[in-house]
Design a protein around this ligand. Structure first.
Ligand code: GDP
Ligand code: MN
Length: 357
């Protein structure tokens, strides 16, 4: 789950990383009361979950006289399509130099990888030539000095403790990504001018986070039932058992130039209740005009599946392809209730293509 900047900065600060003084506001007038804390000059940063806010007009500078006006302006904007509801107002730092540092998991070595660049800021993605990289064993509590030297190159040594603290954040917060861009030097010392933290979804309970905000209501519902579920942008709902069978159903829809609305794998041994929940979940997407259920009966019994589909009682047509245990009984139940059950996956997908719209 992604933390917003205003949530990540206090966490970084707890680990000893200096961050600018700041306050979160939800209305332009709220800024007035806080201005005396920040000096003559402030930065206003839209708290929206997108990268590159600076370039997209989500970071504005103001002084005491223009602060309310600037806040009003920023609240009226959409940053990459997302309306601004919260603004982090901060003291403006007298930046001397901007650096980049991030820690993520390196998939090939399966260890934390630290990236550092002498030129951070908003252009970092277009200039990756100057990035240095080290891999650290997760068994180490601190970044060893020889690796820190390799990372920093000629950059000031005073950045080292901040990077080491960021490594502690990364480890203890079960992070997928901990990033400071820009990490800045000022006459008053080093600061994290921006902060990004993504917590591993599998560690939310351990981190005391109850709700994964990054999931939609439906994705949360799917998680509760233990379905593997992903929303896509088409109109044909898909339910399968087993990732392979579900994926090949999606492939076949693409092959016939249709667009799937989702991926949903109910998993093994799907009983009546699970199937009912799966069908209702997919049908609850307003864009879904038809649902393809493609199941292989083994542990899963086709008559149970049929009962689940019938019990769901959804509006969009449900086209079924099932094979295996109790197939005939399943077919009988479905046809009694007016559902179509087809012999092959190919026939089912073709039928769905005709039934949509
Ligand atoms: P991002 O574009 O979403 O990554 O937003 P950032 O928080 O990184 O801000 C973008 C840019 O605004 C930074 O790279 C800085 O150049 C500038 N900036 C942000 N905060 C300050 C500040 O306190 N002082 C100054 N002078 N510049 C800032
Ligand atoms: Mn940034």
């Amino acid at each position: 789950m992604k933390m917003l900047e205003y949530e990540a900065k206090p966490i970084f600060s707890t680990y000893g990383i200096p961050v600018p003084k700041g306050v979160l506001i939800r209305a332009p007038e709220e800024v007035t009361a806080h201005l005396p804390e920040f000096g003559d000059s402030v930065v206003m940063k839209a708290q929206v979950d997108v990268g590159g806010r600076g370039k997209a007009g989500g970071v504005l500078f103001a002084d005491a006289t223009s602060a309310v006006r600037t806040a009003r302006e920023l609240f009226s904007r959409e940053i990459k399509g997302i309306p601004v509801k919260e603004i982090l107002v901060e003291e403006r730092l007298p930046i001397e130099h901007e650096y980049y540092v991030s820690i993520a998991i390196d998939r090939s070595s399966k260890q934390p990888v630290i990236l550092f660049a002498d030129a951070g800021g908003v252009e970092i993605e277009s200039d990756v030539t100057a990035v240095r990289k080290v891999v650290v064993s997760p068994l180490l509590r601190d970044i060893p000095p020889f690796l820190m030297r390799e990372l920093l190159g000629g950059a000031p040594k005073e950045l080292a403790p901040v990077i080491n603290s960021l490594y502690h954040v990364f480890q203890e917060k079960d992070a997928m990504l901990a990033e400071i861009n820009p990490l800045v030097t000022t006459p008053r010392g080093v600061y994290a001018a921006d902060a990004k933290l993504i917590v591993d979804d599998n560690a939310l309970a351990r981190q005391g986070i109850e709700v994964n905000r990054d999931l939609s209501e439906r994705e949360r519902e799917a998680e509760r039932h233990g379905f593997s579920y992903v929303e896509l942008d088409g109109t044909i709902g898909v339910i399968g058992n087993g990732a392979g069978l579900t994926m090949s159903t999606l492939d076949l829809i693409e092959y016939y130039q249709g667009r799937a609305a989702n991926f949903l794998d109910v998993g093994g041994g799907a009983d009546q209740e699970r199937v009912k929940h799966a069908v209702r979940l997919v049908a609850s997407m307003p864009k879904v005009s038809v649902i393809v259920v493609n199941l292989l009966g083994g542990i899963t019994r086709c008559d149970e599946v049929a009962k689940g589909i019938i019990a769901a009682g959804v509006t969009p047509p449900v086209i079924v392809r099932m094979a295996g245990t109790n197939e005939e009984e399943g077919r009988r139940l479905l046809s009694e209730c007016g559902y179509r059950m087809l012999e092959s996956m190919d026939a089912a997908v073709k039928a769905a293509m005709e039934a949509r719209s």
